[in-house]
Ligand binder design. Structure first.
Ligand code: TPP
Ligand code: MG
Length: 359
């Protein structure tokens, strides 16, 4: 088991409510998982972690350019939510921190890595780069550079599901959409407009807030009047739930409840996942604003270590099996880099392609 380490009063005062909230949630409930599901989640989270570590390596070696926002630390949210949904049936909408959402949704590592290198084999055909991953095949509705930009897109996907079923009589149209976005984005008007419309029309959508406590260098409690984001759902008559976003099993259970409600026609849920990013805002950020005590507090809650401990403590897997998964994932990521580096760049003659839908 991961041990709960009580923060000192001094750290609590310095770090604010985010840490206290997750400490309370940590003790709240036990979640169970089967061996197969546990190993699947562990593999998905390991792929997310190792893929991002490789991106950092490529970036610092000067092989990858532009803004790159890594997801380290937040893996339990992507795996917990997306793996509670139906692949290629439900829909996913991301942000600029989108690599791991794409991987969880099933976009091959080769296609994601290629996109980061601007190659024609990328999931956005090399046109998008890190912040604009897209895959129609895997129902990934995109990464978005502007915060909040994806929320109305996700709302539109949810509306489409409902319209097909209710207005067009397609009785099997029961897809649910997950919209991912950060704490800083919840002070953006689109968030409130979309919550209102989703609840008004009982749309099948789960609003997933990845509350990692920071919006670049702005601490959540400095920018937000009521820091408990899930409670904002009540203003719209919508269910809101907070969950330990470092515990993939807790996230998965909460997501499963929200998805079941949405699929049954009962409307949206606002799910606030309390999490933390283990790296700077982007690879261009020296990460000097967050204090070491805070980073250490969250490092102790590393979601990968937490799941590994759960699997071992419950006799569902042994360390050797988990290490083997790590090696397999490392090989997959190395293969993705080799594939991407040897892939062609988009041909100059295709510069204007894929601008309009008929392409
Ligand atoms: C509309 C808009 N305003 C401002 C920005 C600049 N910006 C980039 S990231 C960011 C912070 C977002 O924080 P959060 O939503 O918590 O996401 P996180 O980076 O923590 O995942 C801001 C303000 C932007 N991208 N889009
Ligand atoms: Mg944030």
């Amino acid at each position: 088991m991961v041990q709960e380490i009580a923060p000192t009063t001094a750290i609590q005062a310095e770090l604010g409510s985010h840490q206290e909230r997750v400490a309370a949630l940590f003790r709240a409930a036990a979640h169970s998982v089967t061996r197969d599901e546990g190993l699947m989640l562990y593999r998905d989270m390991t792929l997310g972690r190792r893929f991002e570590d490789k991106c950092a390596e490529m970036y610092y070696r000067g092989k990858m350019f532009g803004f790159v926002h890594l997801y380290n630390g937040q893996e339990a949210v992507s795996s917990g939510v997306i793996k509670a949904m139906k692949p290629r049936h439900d829909w996913f909408c991301s942000t600029y921190r989108d690599h791991v959402h794409a991987l969880s949704a099933g976009v091959p590592a080769r296609a994601v890595m290629s996109e980061l290198f601007g190659r024609a084999t990328g999931c956005s055909k090399g046109r998008g780069g890190s912040m604009h991953l897209f895959s129609r095949e895997h129902h990934l509705l995109g990464g978005y550079a502007f915060i909040g930009e994806g929320i109305p897109v996700a709302l539109g996907a949810a509306f489409t599901s409902r319209y097909r079923r209710d207005a067009l009589g397609e009785t099997d149209s029961d897809a649910v959409t997950a919209a991912f976005f950060g704490d800083g984005t919840c002070n953006n008007g689109q968030f409130y407009e979309c919550l209102n419309m989703a609840q008004l029309w009982k749309l099948p959508i789960v609003f997933v807030v990845e509350n990692n406590k920071w919006a670049i260098g702005m601490a959540h409690e400095r920018a937000t009047s009521d820091t408990e984001i899930y409670r904002k759902a009540a203003a719209f008559g919508m269910p809101g739930e907070e969950v330990d976003g470092m515990d993939v099993l807790a996230v998965r259970d909460a997501a499963a409840r929200a998805v079941a409600r949405a699929r049954a026609g009962k409307g949206p849920t606002l799910l606030e996942c309390l999490t933390y990013r283990f790296r700077g805002h982007s690879l261009a950020d020296p990460d000097e604003l967050r204090c070491e005590q805070e980073k250490a507090f969250w490092a102790r809650r590393d979601p990968l270590k937490g799941l590994a401990a759960h699997l071992i403590d419950h006799g569902l897997a042994c360390q050797a099996e988990l290490s083997a998964i790590g090696e397999e994932v490392d090989a997959e990521v190395a293969d993705a880099v080799d594939f991407a580096l040897s892939a062609p760049e988009p041909d100059g003659s295709e510069l204007t392609r894929y601008v309009w839908a008929d392409d």
